[in-house]
Design a protein around this ligand. Structure first.
Ligand SMILES: Cc1cc2nc3c(=O)[nH]c(=O)nc-3n(C[C@H](O)[C@H](O)[C@H](O)COP(=O)(O)OP(=O)(O)OC[C@H]3O[C@@H](n4cnc5c(N)ncnc54)[C@H](O)[C@@H]3O)c2cc1C
Length: 365
């Protein structure tokens, strides 16, 4: 039986961690300084894979693949618990040139992914790039972020997890190498263990400033359009930018990677750039009025490798953060890994890469 846990941050990573710890018998309270899931988790696109996995290291792909292998069951379980649907589905992804065909086919063959060359007109009715070939990755899945947030929140409540919103953690309370609780804007909370999943803000939690260089904010902007359902059926990716179609015809256009600190405004120049991109792929979008333009702050990390580890100097303080571009993809796998670490069990994948940043950081102090 696990002891009481406090989780700081109710994004996808914090709620997934809470649900897994509760499933293993812990009593869990999640604190969020704002509303559950309203930050990066709400803002993201919900593509459930690294954009081009062959461009990432094994640390990213091992955790992503572990998560992907669990994602369908995880969503089904959450749906049964919450009665809500995160719109998890395998919509596939079309990658438009430029891309390295040899690298793509080699990686896909080694990892059991299906990959084919297809004409763009098979998927895009009137692309300005008609006639050119593209890579078709039929196994790429997606979830609809704002729905996933609702599902996670409702499933957590159904599991008996306490979620306290508008509770900003302002300090850790500790004695003799153990955290005994936290101070917050809603008073003190005691716990036998604490997990920090505060996303881009992880290094701003008082006491964890040493992590500010390890987990840092990276802004991404996104546009939203509304087409007829099925007007676009697959995710389309080109040069780091993408279109993501939802079941009801909404299409997201993203995104950017901007190191602008904790600045969450949107900019006209990015809007112009994303509009031009979207019109070049799907000209019908240029005739529509944009529904929404927003930005979110990803929990950036070096080489996109998250930190999932015990925090040095404390027996019972854990970090699960820094998932950067793939925090939704990696959420269930990271929660399993974290819970195994906490329980002292041998995890299904090696935990070492995800403690690396922390080890390096504290070795140099
Ligand atoms: C534009 C964009 C597109 C993206 N697309 C994808 C994608 O297609 N696929 C994918 O897998 N990922 C994508 N991501 C990344 C993904 O959204 C993030 O990696 C993921 O949401 C991180 O989850 P998190 O729980 O760590 O952080 P968050 O969702 O940011 O949650 C952190 C929470 O901590 C809370 N918090 C912070 N400080 C405190 C404190 N002191 N006290 C209490 N609470 C605190 C915050 O209020 C917040 O709710 C995208 C992100 C963006 C911005």
């Amino acid at each position: 039986m696990l002891p009481d846990f406090l989780i700081i941050g109710a994004g996808a990573v914090g709620l997934a961690s809470a649900l897994e710890l509760a499933r293993r018998g812990a009593r869990v309270t999640v604190l969020d300084r704002f509303r559950a899931g309203a930050e990066s988790t709400w803002a993201g696109g919900g593509i459930l894979s690294p954009l081009l996995p062959w461009q990432y290291g094994d640390e990213v792909n091992t955790l992503s693949e572990y998560s992907r292998a669990n994602f369908a069951d995880w969503c089904a379980r959450l749906q049964a618990m919450s009665g809500l649907d995160a719109e998890y589905r395998t919509s596939g992804m079309l990658v438009l040139p430029p891309y390295s065909e040899a690298q793509a086919f080699d990686w896909c063959a080694r990892h059991g992914w299906r990959c084919e060359k297809r004409g763009q007109s098979d998927f895009l009715p009137t692309s300005s790039m008609d006639g050119e070939e593209a890579l078709w990755l039929p196994d790429v899945a997606q979830a609809r972020n704002p729905r996933l947030v609702q599902v996670l929140r409702a499933a957590a409540l159904a599991a008996g997890i306490r979620i306290v919103e508008s509770a900003e953690v302002t300090g850790l309370i500790s004695a003799q190498g153990r955290v005994t609780g936290v101070m917050s804007t809603q008073g003190e909370f005691a716990a036998s263990g604490v997990v920090v999943s505060a996303g881009a803000w992880t290094g701003t939690v008082p006491g964890l400033e040493a992590l500010a260089e390890t987990v840092f904010p990276v802004r991404g902007q996104m546009l939203l359009f509304k087409l007829q359902p099925e007007a676009l059926r697959t995710i389309v990716l080109q040069d780091g930018r993408y279109l993501i179609p939802r079941i009801d015809g909404h299409v997201l256009v993203g995104s950017t990677l901007e190191r602008v600190g904790f600045e969450k405004s949107t900019t006209e120049s990015v809007k112009r750039d994303l509009l031009a991109f979207s019109a070049s792929v799907l000209p019908a979008l240029s005739e529509l009025v944009m529904v929404h333009h927003w930005s979110g702050l990803r929990p950036g990390s070096h080489d996109n490798v998250p930190v999932i580890a015990r925090y040095p100097g404390y027996d019972n303080l854990f970090i699960n953060s820094g998932h950067f571009r793939y925090g939704v993809t990696m959420a269930p796998g990271s929660a399993l890994l974290l819970a195994d670490l906490i329980e002292g069990k041998s995890p299904a994948i090696s935990a070492a890469p995800y403690a690396q940043a922390m080890t390096g950081l504290f070795a140099s102090l």
